[in-house]
Design a protein around this ligand. Structure first.
Ligand SMILES: Cc1cc2nc3c(=O)[nH]c(=O)nc-3n(C[C@H](O)[C@H](O)[C@H](O)COP(=O)(O)OP(=O)(O)OC[C@H]3O[C@@H](n4cnc5c(N)ncnc54)[C@H](O)[C@@H]3O)c2cc1C
Length: 454
């Protein structure tokens, strides 16, 4: 919608310095960072809570992103984890991963941090359009119970995960892998309650040397054909008709800090060529996912000790989308940059997590590189879109190749990128410059002053 039309036809919700579209993993942190830097910031979120994939899609725990045992993402990311730890809703495992957290508690912590910073939250609201003047974003159109309204802002941060705002504004984007355009598969995650942890851990210690058992922390997994000890139980489930072959292409489960007796699952994988930016695909994915969850649950109850008296506690309200749109930004991060451990003057995040690609097939589970000895960096230019002004894309839709995206998509990096986007937006407003004109080296300096490790 153009600016004149928005002014004439829509009721105004208000004028802001920064509007963050989507209060997810990156968006919540971007809101905290922008508001802390003294600019008037609104976050618009379709659900009634913050956290996005971490809370709505039940993506737990955060994957580690360390070098020599030291976390590469600090700043607001560590503040969030510290608050959760102090409340007893996070945990550190023997490998030093401090990323175990309770998704329900994260909703409280993020909301508190946004409000303490002076940010404004608008829940139950969908961003459905952009307000444009030529190639400049001037705000967004929102829709909710109060109707359709215009929100005017100097900078918009697209933190929708799927790059909805960038696509609406006309930013060029790619999606999926080069050879066939297929994206990484989605998963519909779920939680099961009343699991007998003593029985389960005894079974795992006796039967699954690959599992991690250090009560109350438990992790176990199974990927067919990869020598995972639990495979024989899953095969039995398939032979007995409890499971379908495609239900077991990837299975992973974790306990949840502060939720005794609860196991959360990083599965089932959704089979099919689905896009996170297509509402029919999302619907089909959830329907397919629930059918798979019914079968998996029946399997767990009958074959895995500890699950006999369990129940399905929660199916994620949001299907987990690993990858959908990726914008073409001022810099496109590549796998070569990853392998070269490339550093940038305008770095906003450091990553050492492997290129971790769940393959879009019902047969092959995933491809994973070994973690680098060194870290590589993500430049500010990869969150600045080409063609369109006043927009920053701070979410997994940032500018990266399919492969590079597979490494940087994890939550600690998204939080680092969120913090960078919030600070960048505030600097732009204070200096009266557009995101493309902002000196990334200066941004980096301010980020370091504010706790980032760069
Ligand atoms: C199945 C799965 C397993 C994963 N496993 C791990 C793991 O083990 N560890 C790890 O660290 N990472 C993991 N990841 C990756 C990581 O969780 C995501 O890449 C990351 O959370 C994405 O953050 P984001 O901010 O880009 O998007 P999100 O956190 O998804 O945030 C997007 C937000 O925008 C909102 N939104 C979207 N569109 C609109 C709109 N138009 N209007 C209003 N609001 C909107 C959404 O409701 C959401 O809150 C996994 C991801 C998936 C899907």
């Amino acid at each position: 919608m153009n600016l004149e039309e928005a002014k004439n036809k829509l009721k105004s919700y208000g004028n802001f310095d920064v509007v963050v579209a989507g209060g997810g993993t990156a968006g919540a942190v971007a809101t905290i960072a922008a508001a802390r830097n003294g600019v008037k910031t609104l976050v618009v979120e379709q659900f009634g809570f913050l956290g996005g994939s971490a809370t709505a899609a039940l993506v737990i725990p955060m994957m580690p992103n360390h070098i020599k045992g030291e976390p590469l993402v600090r700043g607001i990311n560590q503040e969030i984890q510290k608050r959760l730890l102090d409340l007893g809703y996070a945990a550190i495992d023997r490998g030093g991963n401090e990323g175990w957290f309770n998704p329900e508690a994260l909703k409280f912590v993020l909301e508190d941090m946004v409000l303490e910073a002076g940010g404004k939250i608008l829940y139950y609201t969908f961003v459905e359009d952009v307000i444009m003047k030529d190639n400049e974003v001037k705000g967004v159109v929102i829709v909710n119970k109060s109707g359709r309204q215009a929100v005017f802002s100097k900078i918009v941060i697209d933190a929708t995960g799927d790059g909805d705002i960038a696509a609406l504004a006309g930013v060029p984007f790619e999606s999926g892998r080069r050879e066939d355009g297929k994206s990484q598969p989605m998963s519909l995650r779920f939680m099961v309650g009343n699991v007998d942890f003593n029985k389960l851990s005894k079974f795992l210690l006796e039967n699954d040397k690959k599992s991690y058992v250090d009560l109350p922390l438990i992790e176990f997994a199974m990927v067919p054909g990869n020598g995972w000890p639990l495979e024989k139980y899953f095969k039995e489930g398939v032979e007995e008709g409890i499971l379908e072959e495609s239900d077991i292409v990837y299975f992973q489960a974790f306990s949840v800090p502060g939720m005794p007796g609860v196991i959360a699952f990083n599965c089932p994988r959704i089979i099919g060529d689905y896009k996170g930016s297509n509402a029919d695909h999302l619907t089909e994915a959830v329907i397919q996912g629930r059918k798979r969850i019914s079968r998996l649950f029946k399997f767990l109850k009958s074959k895995i000790p500890g699950f006999e008296n369990s129940y399905i506690a929660l199916v994620a309200p949001m299907v987990g989308v690993r990858e959908s749109r990726r914008i073409v930004g001022e810099y496109v991060l590549t796998a070569q940059d990853y392998f070269d451990a490339k550093k940038f003057e305008d770095a906003i995040s450091r990553n050492r997590y492997p290129i971790d690609i769940h393959l879009p097939t019902d047969r092959l589970p995933y491809e994973r590189t070994l973690g680098l000895e060194e870290y590589h960096e993500v430049p500010y230019r990869s969150i600045v879109p080409t063609k369109i002004e006043n927009l920053i894309v701070a979410c997994r839709a940032l500018s990266a190749s399919f492969e590079a995206h597979g490494a940087i998509r994890i939550q600690p990096n998204m939080r680092a990128i969120g913090q960078a986007a919030g600070v960048a937006a505030a600097l732009c407003i204070k200096k009266g410059v557009k995101p493309r004109q902002l000196d990334g080296r200066e941004l980096r300096k301010v980020l370091v002053e504010q706790g980032a490790y760069l």
